[in-house]
Design a protein around this ligand. Sequence first.
Ligand SMILES: Cc1cc2nc3c(=O)[nH]c(=O)nc-3n(C[C@H](O)[C@H](O)[C@H](O)COP(=O)(O)O)c2cc1C
Length: 200
Amino acid sequence: MERILVIHSSVLGDASVSNVLVEDAVRRLLEANPGATVVHRDLGAAPIPHLITANVAGVRGEPITEVELTARALSDELIAELQAADSVVIGAPMYNFSIPTGLRAWFDYVLRPGVTFSYSEAGPRGLLTGKRVIVIESRGGLYSEGPAKAMDFQEPYLRTLLGFIGLTDVTFIRAEKIGFGPDAREAALATAKQAIAETA
Ligand SMILES: Cc1cc2nc3c(=O)[nH]c(=O)nc-3n(C[C@H](O)[C@H](O)[C@H](O)COP(=O)(O)O)c2cc1C
C-alpha cells in the first residue's frame, strides 16, 4: 500500500499558502492511490525542539542523559516516518531567503550518520532511496528568474539536503510573487495547482 508522508512547515496557519498547496498535492496523490495512508507532521503548529548542547548527542553522538535519549527517540521516530514513505510532500515556504527554522530542525534530526547517510572513501552516500518527493515552495517575491535569483537559498539548499540522504527524485512546485498583491497571489496559486495536477 502506498504511504505518503506530509511535512508542513509554515508558521502562518490558516493564512498559509504552502499549507493549501500541500493539501492539494495530497488530494491529487490520493486520487491516484485511493488506498494510500497519509502521515502528517506540522512543524509550524507543533515544532520539534532545536538541537542544543544538552540534546545534540541524541542525533550526532552516543545518548546517555534523559534529554539526549529523548532526542534520539524523536530522531528515530522522524526517520522511521521517512523510511516508511513511498512519497513525501514537503511544504517549504521561503523565510528570510531560506527555509523555516522548524523545517531546518527537522533536517537536523533526520540527517543522521550511519542511518540516513554514510561516509566512505568514495565520499558521502545517501541511504534513503526509491522515494518520490514533491516540495511546495511559497515565496513573497520572484526568485526563479530576474535579479533576486542569486538570493534563492531555499531551493538549492533543499535539493542539497534531500540529495544528501538519497532523495534525488524531487519535484519543486513554486508559488512565487505571493507578496505582489491579490492578483499575483491568485495567479501564483493557479499556476502551482496546475503544476501539482501535472505532477501528482
Ligand atoms: C518570517 C517570514 C520571512 C519571510 N521571508 C521572505 C523572504 O526572504 N523572501 C520572500 O520572497 N518572501 C518572504 N516571506 C514571504 C513568504 O515567503 C510568503 O508569505 C509565503 O507565502 C510564505 O509561505 P506560507 O504562506 O506557506 O507560510 C517571508 C514571510 C515570513 C512570515
